[in-house]
Ligand binder design. Structure first.
Ligand SMILES: Nc1ncnc2c1ncn2[C@@H]1O[C@H](COP(=O)(O)OP(=O)(O)OP(=O)(O)O)[C@@H](O)[C@H]1O
Length: 278
């Protein structure tokens, strides 16, 4: 065998580490009306991370998330998922799903039909699709509501349907834009805990947008802080508390320390924003 054909040894760092799930390479965004929503952002997210984007209103969290999803084109720079341009993600054998703030369900269709939508659009045969829908509904605890119409469900349950619709394609990357922002606090805690369970069980990579410091500390392995006008990344925090995280974690001194660090950072980011406005 020619030495050049020798496969890399399993012990080489390159062979051992999978490619990053997400690479944002100097990606920036200016909207057609001239709003500079994001200065060039560089961000690498490894497979399996739970990353939260936090920052004052208008700092470009949604813009960044939508660029990662391929829903928005960057004005300049590149976005790679598993080392492929977003539009060619399929070549990596990986999948992504986006969960919006509002559940956006079809009101006339059953829970089951709503959840099946991405599979129907992808032309997945009915029998296979139905099996995947059954599994996704079980994952979010809604098996008994498959035949219900959305209006018969609470806000939290509708959000679960929306998450099931995201999970039904068995994504590797889950992008969530303030998914629980409109829910009451108890429902939100419950969904946060369930989401962590899903993240662990399905070995997902998650990028999550929120305004809540507490939600960010509870969920994340990493928090990326952003500032506005123009939008940019200003700090990057590891939340090293072990998983599984329980309600006890939320009342621990460790939790308070992380929350204080994020709060101080958010105040700095907000002050930067106000200075830019002055
Ligand atoms: N389609 C658009 N056209 C022009 N400007 C836009 C558009 N979408 C967003 N913006 C502007 O870009 C900036 C970043 O917006 P973006 O929604 O990404 O911020 P955000 O951090 O998600 O805000 P929020 O926390 O309020 O949801 C803001 O100034 C916003 O007004």
């Amino acid at each position: 065998m020619n030495p050049a054909d020798t496969p890399p040894k399993a012990s080489s760092p390159h062979a051992a580490s999978p490619p990053p799930a997400v690479e944002v390479l100097s990606a920036e965004k200016t909207y057609p009306n001239g709003t500079q929503a994001l200065l060039p952002v560089d961000l690498t997210i490894e497979e399996g991370e739970f990353v939260t984007l936090l920052g004052p209103s208008g700092c470009g969290k949604s813009t960044l998330l939508k660029m990662v999803a391929g829903l928005l084109e960057p004005t300049d720079g590149l976005l790679h998922l598993w080392r492929k341009p977003v539009a060619r993600l399929g070549e990596s054998g990986k999948k992504m799903a986006f969960v919006f703030q509002s559940p956006t369900l079809m009101p006339w269709a059953s829970v089951q039909t709503n959840v099946r939508l991405p599979l129907d659009l992808a032309g997945v045969p009915r029998q296979k699709a139905d099996a995947q829908v059954t599994e996704a509904l079980a994952l979010v605890g809604l098996s008994k509501f498959a035949a219900a119409l959305p209006r018969a469900l609470s806000g939290g349950m509708q959000m679960r349907v929306s998450i099931a619709r995201g999970l039904v394609t068995e994504p590797d990357l889950l992008l969530m834009d303030e998914p629980f922002g409109a829910l009451d606090e108890i429902t939100r805690h419950k969904l946060d805990a369930d989401l962590l369970e899903l993240w662990r069980k399905k070995k997902l990579t998650v990028i999550f947008v929120t305004h809540s410091i507490h939600e960010a500390v509870f969920l994340s392995s990493r928090v990326v802080m952003m500032a506005a006008r123009p939008g940019r990344v200003v700090e990057d925090f590891r939340i090293d508390a072990p998983y599984p995280r329980t309600a006890d974690f939320m009342v621990s001194p460790e939790f308070s320390r992380y929350a204080k660090r994020l709060q101080d950072s958010l105040l700095r980011a907000s002050a930067d924003t106000e200075e830019a406005l002055a």
